[in-house]
Design a binder for this molecule. Structure first.
Ligand SMILES: Cc1cc2nc3c(=O)[nH]c(=O)nc-3n(C[C@H](O)[C@H](O)[C@H](O)COP(=O)(O)OP(=O)(O)OC[C@H]3O[C@@H](n4cnc5c(N)ncnc54)[C@H](O)[C@@H]3O)c2cc1C
Length: 563
């Protein structure tokens, strides 16, 4: 089934729900953009997703990437699609215009990412990592490095990779062993081996710029002794031309459950030449610039696949005839059965709220990166910090649930390969694991964000939401949202006060707390969408409030049982 880019739904968020043009209107970098431009870009992105990316999604899954003596070949059609992606300017959407970027808001880019993930998740990952590498260099590299590397990364002519994980260092990066020894010319020689590196090697870009975490000889043990290095596949001459092959090579690729057209590489470094980015021993802090954007991007993988699965399930449920409907029609389309409606409504509940949260979070990132207003930046930084783990983990947990529900709507036809529903399940599963497992995201939310800030981040979140609620007309629904926000605050205060005496508490309740906080956030966003739609979304919103939000009751009880 052909993917239908949900441009109208997306523009509803851009225009009616978040009024992006006004919301970002004070920021000089965005002053040239308006809704008309946003709509035109989304239309084009939708065409690219359906016309170029989706046609090679299934074949890419079946063929996978191939490895031969250090060379990785992507499936048929990927090289050409990547060329079209570069020519269409899709890599440069949010990048700095000083280096060839288009400087568009992240709040728009999240929607483009969603479309591309829907159409072809494996393909989308290559560009996602390049985007993260670009932002990292924009934020932490010196001017000469930016001039040398950014334009080609921004155009997509070169791609990027993020080399953190080692066999013995996954969630705990403090254990990593890759070494960087200073060379006489100011650069460094890197030795070590990384595993699971997405896009570490492939045949689509002329060069690959690896951002590698390693230890300097005098590094203290643990996470405070990690530095960040830029290690190109081909060395880059001063005039920008490509020089010798560097000593970083792909040793093998993984054979895995899904995202088979995305290369997952072992990268071996043997006297690989690298350049320090940012201060020594501050690599992890610098890498967080990239990781936060990657975390949102990976979250969107969950929404994109959930949306694709929903579209197919919805179409199928209208065509497939089985059983007798309550009005006597027999055989009736599946969609007439209440249980099938429950499945489709649950999928939509997650997808629509997730998409709204992505735009909302994107708009805070835009303020954080582009505003000149110090107070606004402070709030935006806190909101981005608070919402990022929620987005990454909940979009992907709900996305995986959504994809399995979509498969269920197809019955046995969802389990066999023919309709492609099982590919979504396989492609979505990894999003709960990489970019920091969802367990680690939950610990980040409870440990660092809630307890670590002594509740300040939660208070900023609550005041942002409550200030917006004050602008909405009074209704029973609004009362329900306000009550949930209050309960979130009370529960959070109990967790904070009890964690002082019970250091194990965050581990026990973190995942439930993240899901609880996510559902409360979704209730606010559903209300916001309902108000903006002026009644048109009432039925869908009803479903969320009646059938999905009550999950908070179980989560709350589960947390309270540990208090
Ligand atoms: C397909 C794929 C692509 C990837 N792409 C990249 C990439 O581009 N770059 C890169 O650097 N890495 C990449 N990774 C690595 C990925 O980020 C890690 O696999 C992930 O962070 C988890 O690390 P791990 O596999 O070592 O699991 P572990 O860290 O061993 O964790 C195992 C389990 O224990 C839990 N756990 C671990 N520590 C704690 C703790 N302190 N408290 C509570 N629970 C804990 C985890 O949540 C998890 O459930 C990729 C992995 C895969 C499979």
């Amino acid at each position: 089934m052909q993917y239908q880019a949900p441009v109208d739904d997306m523009m509803f968020l851009v225009k009616d729900v978040f009024s992006l043009s006004q919301r970002l209107g004070d920021i000089a970098d965005f002053s040239d953009f308006d809704d008309e431009l946003y709509a035109a870009i989304l239309e084009e992105a939708g065409k690219f997703a359906t016309g170029v990316l989706q046609p090679i999604n299934r074949s890419g899954d079946e063929e996978g990437c191939q490895y031969d003596d250090g060379v990785v070949t992507t499936p048929k059609g990927f090289k050409e699609a990547y060329q079209a992606y570069v020519e269409g300017g899709w890599q440069s959407i949010t990048a700095d215009p000083n280096y060839g970027g288009q400087g568009l808001p992240k709040a728009l880019h999240v929607l483009i990412e969603e479309m591309f993930y829907s159409a072809n998740t494996s393909f989308c990952l290559y560009g996602s990592l390049t985007g993260g590498a670009t932002k990292l260099l924009e934020a932490h590299a010196d001017e000469a490095t930016k001039e040398k590397y950014l334009p080609n990364l921004i155009s997509g002519q070169w791609s990027g990779s993020m080399c953190l994980t080692e066999a013995h260092a996954g969630s705990d990066l403090g254990l990593l062993k890759t070494k960087a020894e200073p060379r006489d010319d100011g650069s460094y020689s890197l030795e070590g081996s990384k595993i699971f590196i997405t896009g570490g090697e492939h045949d689509m870009a002329e060069n690959i710029i690896h951002l590698v975490l390693a230890r300097l000889p005098d590094a203290p043990a643990g996470p405070k002794g990690i530095s960040l290095f830029l290690v190109p596949k081909f060395l880059v001459n001063d005039d920008g031309s490509l020089g010798d092959r560097n000593g970083i090579r792909c040793g093998s690729i993984e054979h895995k459950m899904g995202i088979k057209a995305s290369s997952t590489c072992v990268m071996n470094m043997d006297d690989a030449q690298g350049w320090l980015i940012g201060p020594p021993h501050r690599g992890l802090a610098c890498m967080f610039t990239m990781m936060n954007l990657e975390r949102l991007s990976i979250g969107i993988q969950g929404i994109g696949l959930g949306e694709m699965s929903f579209q197919q399930a919805d179409t199928y449920a209208r065509e497939r005839l089985q059983g007798k409907a309550s009005d006597g029609e027999a055989p009736a389309p599946l969609i007439k059965h209440g249980d099938v409606q429950r499945m489709l409504n649950t999928m939509e509940s997650f997808n629509k709220a997730g998409r709204a949260l992505a735009v909302w979070l994107g708009s805070y990132l835009d303020v954080a990166f582009h505003s000149k207003d110090k107070d606004a930046i402070k709030v935006a930084d806190i909101m981005s910090a608070w919402l990022t783990p929620i987005a990454k983990a909940y979009f992907t947990d709900a996305g995986y649930e959504t994809c399995t529900i979509g498969q269920q709507v197809f019955g046995g036809h969802g389990y066999v390969r023919e309709w492609g529903m099982e590919q979504h399940v396989r492609d979505c599963r990894i999003a709960q694991i990489y970019e920091g497992t969802n367990g680690i995201q939950a610990l980040d939310l409870v440990g660092r964000k809630l307890i670590g800030s002594k509740g300040e981040q939660l208070q900023v979140f609550l005041s942002e939401v409550n200030a917006d609620l004050d602008t909405m007309p009074d209704s029973a629904r609004k009362g329900q949202v306000a009550e949930h926000l209050k309960e979130l605050e009370v529960l959070s205060n109990s967790i904070m006060s009890q964690s002082a005496a019970n250091a194990d508490l965050p581990q026990l309740i973190a995942c439930d707390y993240l899901h609880y906080a996510a559902l409360v956030t979704y209730s606010y966003l559903w209300l916001k969408m309902e108000v903006a739609a002026g009644g048109e979304l009432d039925e869908k919103s009803d479903f969320f409030f009646k059938r999905v939000l009550p999950r908070t009751l179980g989560l709350k009880a589960s947390i309270e049982n540990e208090l």
